[in-house]
Design a protein around this ligand. Sequence first.
Ligand code: CTP
Length: 399
Amino acid sequence: MLKNKNIILGVCGSIAAYKSAVLVRLLIKAGANVKVILTADAANFITPLTLATLSKNPVYTKYFEEETGVWSNHVELGLWADYMIIAPASANTIGKMANGLCDNLLSAVYLSAKCPVFYAPAMDLDMWKHDSTKANIRKLQEFGNVMVSPNSGELASGLHGEGRMAEPEGIMAYLIATITKSLPLAGQKVMVTAGPTYEPIDPVRFIGNHSSGKMGFTIADEMAKLGAEVTLISGPTAEKSVHPINRIDVMTAAEMLSACTNNFAQSNIIIMSAAVADYTPAHVSSQKIKKKDDEFNITLKKTTDILFTLGQLKTPEQILVGFALETNNEEENALYKLRKKNLDLIILNSLQDEGAGFKKDTNKITTFNRAEEKMTYELKSKAEVAKDICSAILKLYKA
Ligand code: CTP
């Protein structure tokens, strides 16, 4: 969820500032790019060197660093951020945020930022209970800032009560849960098929194809990034998912059919990118077949067309997406498959296009939606193609 996301962590003057070191570590471990801004008081509690080492970035404390002559552009920092977290957020900084004051770099970046802002208050119990703090927090809520509520416990003053900053692990969990909930496919279940199928001939041989699974895996990752709960049904492949995905490994077309039918009813969006074998040996020899004659024939029988089967079961609420890999009469064949298999979207790959097809890192697609509207796309990396496919699906989902 946070991979490659740009995060500004603002740290205020509070004893809880020591916990920001752990928070930086957790954010970096989650794959985020982190830049830390310390208020002048925060630098008395935790050193810039600690946070610079952990974040692998220089730490910002002032608008202007006299020693280096570097001007820290608050607008640029604010725009760089995908998310801003202020932890610990002191009563003083919360007051500044609520009232538009910007007499230090952190509050100026807050005012310049356009991204979602999370803050984790940390203060003594009476400051926390004060009507002024309560009013400021109400204002921040109106601004859409997200509070990670403080815990109760022993406070730095020795008093017991509410005001302890949430633990870094709790802040991370809250951050991820909030971001996930706000994503366009939050709560949606997506099923994706990927890779080839292998149809056994005997214990050592099979009929397969050159599909690498790259396209399906990239689509599954992109759908997970959009907040969907993804089930990926994959044939034999060396590909790995980046995001947490429920992966079901299968080998044959029959196994893929059964995994697909088991997961179909609970799926809202179904994307069938696997290169399923159209034929399978009619008989599988239980022993290795020995070479004898100069010629050797295998009788093949048709496999079940999984996509066609699902198209017959589909409810109007479900979105069913298929692929068509063609070498000739491409558009005509794709439209025929769209209608025959009862699809909402078909993604056409033409093997005549340079850079498209199996085992490549690029792809070139044309899509037709259920209204048979055509969209053509440039040759792109498979990651970018996956984004285009997911945007086309999102459009159908919202329509
Ligand atoms: N497909 C499937 N089950 C099969 C064969 C194909 O679900 N047994 C799906 C593929 O996942 C893809 C779509 O059908 O989404 C089109 O596959 P493709 O091989 O291009 O077309 P076919 O319908 O098999 O027709 P043909 O091979 O004759 O072009």
